[in-house]
Design a protein around this ligand. Sequence first.
Ligand code: GAL
Length: 416
Amino acid sequence: MRKFLTMTAIAAVMVGTGGMAAKAAENVEVLHWWTSGGEASALDVLKKDLETKGISWTDMPVAGGGGTEAMTVLRARVTGGNAPTAVQMLGFDIVDWAKEGALGNLDEVAAKEGWDKVIPSALQKFSKYDGHWIAAPVNVHSTNWVWINKAALDKAGGKQPESWEELIALLDKFKEQGITPIAHGGQPWQDATIFDAVVLSLGNDFYNQAFIELNPDALGGAKMKEAFDRMTKLRSYVDDNFSGRDWNLASAMVIEGKAGVQFMGDWAKGEFVKAGKKPGTDFVCMRFPGTQGTVTFNSDQFAMFKVSAEKTAAQLVMASAIENPAFQSAFNVVKGSAPARTDVSDAAFDDCGKKAIKDLAEADKNGTLFGSMAHGHANPASVKNAIYDVVTRQFNGELSSDEAAEELKAAVEAAK
Ligand code: GAL
């Protein structure tokens, strides 16, 4: 069994005599996909925090929202016997790597700092494998958000839409204003992010049956056809250049008033904040109509790979830094997410951040907190990618709603 350094030993390595071991312990190579303006600012909070602890940062960014490309690069690195020290990862991907025996062990620092008591069990499900801590959760995001340009909303009467019908009426008003109603980037993970919210808007039970339980009747049934009909309707409000657009450029359209809304996880708020925009004044955040009280979450975690003993020391320092409550507040204020611990004050967060924290706590208590399908917290990558494929083809008009529901059922069955 792998032997882990005590915190005293880590300190000894860090203030060591400058030999090879000391140099290695002072560096972490981090693979991630945080390349947008808001994401990079948040990452900077972590880099700077580690610098104060004597840990330098080797950056391994792999652009591509949702992390699809990053996971491909990671596979190549690990197969080549050259795993990074720490990797930004989502939900079931972490568990899949743990099953392969590729991940390290953070038990020592987790026990010392009492992570079991402060990290919600919904996250621990992915931070632990076989009873051992394998990853350090840095945040909680959720996908059923709507980001609205405040001036455009005011012009349209100022009322936040509470139902599907009201949402459509608002989109029509944006059209009349001469702006693009929905800012969207046609990439499979972005289509799937909207689909999370649309499926959820047809009921918690439906979301649970379709995406968590993978019930064939829910996947291929009448309600799923309705969900695809709603996607077709939404598709009619995007601009001609939506195909392939990055999500942060779609956020910029709302920020600049060129578009009315974006349906996106709360990493979008990181872009609004970065642009100096204020909730309630410049933009409005709300849950997708029909999903208030329910949260489809995803948590970014830093999974630690099995590396040499010197690098293990730096992993433990990094993991401890990530779970520090003051860091959790500073980082998540910039990132747009909620803290990964339940004991962090919401004082420094803006109104959208406060709402995110409150919604999460309530959803957790009420049994209405579900893992996001689009962001790897409902199913392993094989199933997620099968769903992406059908959702994207339908969104692009290659499949009717009936065909899409049939294909969804068959594709999930084959991928399970
Ligand atoms: C999500 C991730 C977020 C954000 C987003 C867009 O999967 O959890 O932190 O980075 O992708 O890149």
